[in-house]
Design a protein around this ligand. Structure first.
Ligand code: ADP
Ligand code: ZN
Length: 623
């Protein structure tokens, strides 16, 4: 067993020529018999790190995974690659489980995925005791930490299970989300033996971050506009509430966008169907609450839009991180309005704590409040957004990334606290009877008959802000509405009234107007670089043909298209235009087993295209 074999396995089964950052080190440690803890961002390629050694070790590798859908996806991918793998979980009947365990005992499977709850099951324990278990891999290892939001009590059983095996296997733990607390927890709770700890950076270079300050209807308009400007692309729009999901879904659906939705208020069958429509690209856009996404491995998600601010950076990074798992450029856009912060505060106050003692409740509340502050800080940041995230996760980087919304903007901030106080005075003087136009006219000291009629020219606030212009006052009022200092009544004749001005009375209170100029095009019209950019017009037509073939095969096989081959692989085919088995095996992502299953059909498609378009140049990257 050595690294050369590892490289061979990588090529033979997965069709890749080289390891990515961190993979070789992790695989090397496992093959030397060491425990491993790996913290790698989403999309970095964690699965390969335990799948490759699993194929090189004599016995079975058990992978503990929190979610059924995740297991199913992984097992499908492995079977496609020609690796014998299975999962055992509650989606199977007792008979199916007995059969799977029977085959496992005969040594049919190299890799078996199980839910943590299974580790308590007598039949399963008996199987494990009678088999050679070379490694126990703990996927999503942060689920063992009570600090995290994804705590799974079942994970606490892992140590006992491992401890009772006749021979202690190697234990390897993988996660994408680990703050210092969580990392320590994983190491201790899993009782790792002097593990090799590999932490690759958190940065996801292919993700573009931006925050747009928008309230109410303007959020809808933004989402609509964005989706219409990015047709054919797959994306997720996260909303804070089910009601929002329903409303936004309906709006998009009426516009003819192929969209589906997901939230906990829908029945199981519906959720499953919608999730599959999304995964199989029948409905490439999904509107969902944060109940959606755990265990979604869809690799071609090109954008994740948050309609509301999430409650913590941990949540945000995980949800936004579902974009671009295939390494292609993708966008993560957060639509922020100050009202979101109030909703989140309200939700946190309502949070229930069953069976938690009072001291802990206080601690958790403080922690939640702190997390919310960090998130709000992100939304209000004027410097590099990527660096804000990385610093929060403990990485120190000082140069701006030049690949986020803030790096492309020039911000100016002005303190308008004194003006805000005049707005409050004016609304007091109108006794909340008038709308924006009267309030603004009064503050500007406008010479209008209507103002004289109502006696506004006698107010103290009349002309108090004559040095400002109307646009500035509108902006200020929007800002004050968003911060809750004033409120606007609903209806046709909406009037401005006093909101909660207690905070404004504090000496440190500030009302800050933020304006910016885009140095680049705005996020919804920005042209994102894609690896299809290297394709010529003809190359793109071949790419479309190969996509159609992939879709047809996916339908025949009942498999998501990206499990057959991902976009990167198809693009590489367009660049390399393979004409033989050997050439096809040189394409990134084409392993021997997949070649056996589909290779010829793709070779035929490419040959037919070349025959119909002789002499055409397909890619600027072709040799
Ligand atoms: P993670 O679990 O870390 O989020 P995955 O294991 O799902 O990431 O891998 C993400 C993608 O990267 C998959 O499509 C996988 O096939 C691909 N990948 C992994 N390792 C390599 C490699 N060495 N070369 C090319 N692609 C790779
Ligand atoms: Zn930046």
């Amino acid at each position: 067993m050595n690294k050369e074999n590892a490289a061979e396995v990588l090529k033979k089964y997965f069709g890749y020529d080289s390891f990515r950052n961190g993979q070789e080190e992790i695989i090397g440690s496992i093959l030397e018999g060491k425990d491993v803890m790996a913290v790698m961002p989403t999309g970095a390629g964690k699965s390969i790190c335990y799948q490759v050694p699993a194929l090189l070790m004599p016995g079975i590798t058990l992978v503990i995974s929190p979610l059924i859908s995740l297991m199913q996806d992984q097992v499908k991918s492995l079977n496609e690659a020609g690796v014998h793998a299975a999962f055992i979980n509650s989606s199977l009947t007792e008979n199916q489980i007995a059969r799977a365990l029977g085959l496992a005992k005969e040594g049919v499977y190299k890799i078996i995925y199980v839910a943590p709850e299974r580790l308590e099951n007598a039949a399963f324990i008996q199987f494990a005791n009678e088999s050679t278990i070379s490694m126990v891999t703990v996927d999503e290892a942060h689920c063992i930490s009570q600090w995290g939001q994804d705590f799974r009590p079942g994970y606490l059983r892992i140590v006992d299970f491992v401890g009772h095996l006749p021979k202690r296997p190697i234990v390897s733990a993988f996660t994408a989300t680990a703050t210092r607390e969580v990392k320590t927890d994983i190491e201790c709770m899993l009782k790792l033996h002097v593990p090799s700890v590999v932490v690759t950076g958190f940065d996801r270079k292919n993700l573009y971050y931006s925050v747009e300050h928008l309230a109410g209807k303007r959020k809808d308009a933004f989402v609509m506009d964005y989706i219409e400007k990015h047709p054919k692309e797959s994306g997720i729009v996260y909303c804070a509430t089910r009601k929002n999901v329903d409303a936004l879904h309906e709006m998009l659906f009426k516009r003819g966008i192929p969209v589906t939705k997901y939230h906990a208020g829908m029945d199981n069958g519906m959720r499953k169907k919608n999730q599959e429509d999304f995964i199989y690209d029948r409905a490439p856009v999904i509107v969902a609450t944060n109940a959606f996404g755990m265990g979604i491995d869809k690799s071609n998600v090109r954008y994740v839009i948050h309609y509301n601010m999430p409650q913590s950076m941990e949540n945000y990074y995980q949800e936004a991180g579902r974009a671009g798992r295939d390494g292609e450029p993708s966008q993560c856009i957060l639509l922020f309005s100050a009202k979101d912060v109030m909703i989140d505060k309200f939700l946190l106050e309502k949070k229930e704590f069953d069976g938690v003692n009072d001291d802990d409740i206080d601690l958790i509340r403080q922690r939640d409040a702190r997390r919310l502050q960090v998130m709000e800080g992100y939304c209000k940041a004027t410097s590099c957004l990527r660096n804000y995230i990385l610093e929060y996760f403990g990485e120190r980087i000082n140069v701006p990334c030049n690949n986020c919304g803030n790096c492309h903007r020039e911000y100016t901030e002005e303190d308008r606290t004194a003006d805000a106080k005049w707005v409050i005075n004016c609304i007091a003087e109108t006794r909340g009877r008038y709308g924006r136009n009267i309030v603004i006219g009064t503050l500007l000291g406008a010479n209008r008959t209507r103002l004289k009629e109502i006696g506004a020219n006698a107010y103290k606030s009349f002309g108090a802000l004559a040095h400002r212009n109307e646009t500035e006052l509108r902006q200020l009022i929007d800002q004050m509405l968003a911060e809750g200092y004033i409120v606007q009544s609903a209806g046709e004749y909406s009037v401005l009234q006093m909101g909660d001005i207690r905070r404004l009375k504090e000496e440190t209170a500030r009302v800050v107007l933020r304006t910016f100029e885009e140095r680049e095009r705005t996020v919804s019209t920005r042209k994102i670089k894609r690896s299809t950019d290297s394709l010529t017009g003809a190359g793109f037509r071949l790419f479309e043909k190969l996509r159609q073939l992939r879709l047809a095969i996916a339908r025949e096989e009942g498999m998501p298209p990206y499990i057959i081959f991902n976009d990167k692989t198809l693009i590489d085919m367009c660049a390399k235009v393979p004409g033989s088995r050997e050439e096809m095996l040189g394409v990134s992502g084409v392993g021997e087993h997949k070649f056996g299953k589909y290779g010829q059909r793709f070779l035929d498609e490419i040959a037919a295209f070349l025959a119909a378009h002789p002499g055409s140049v397909l890619s600027s990257e072709a040799e």
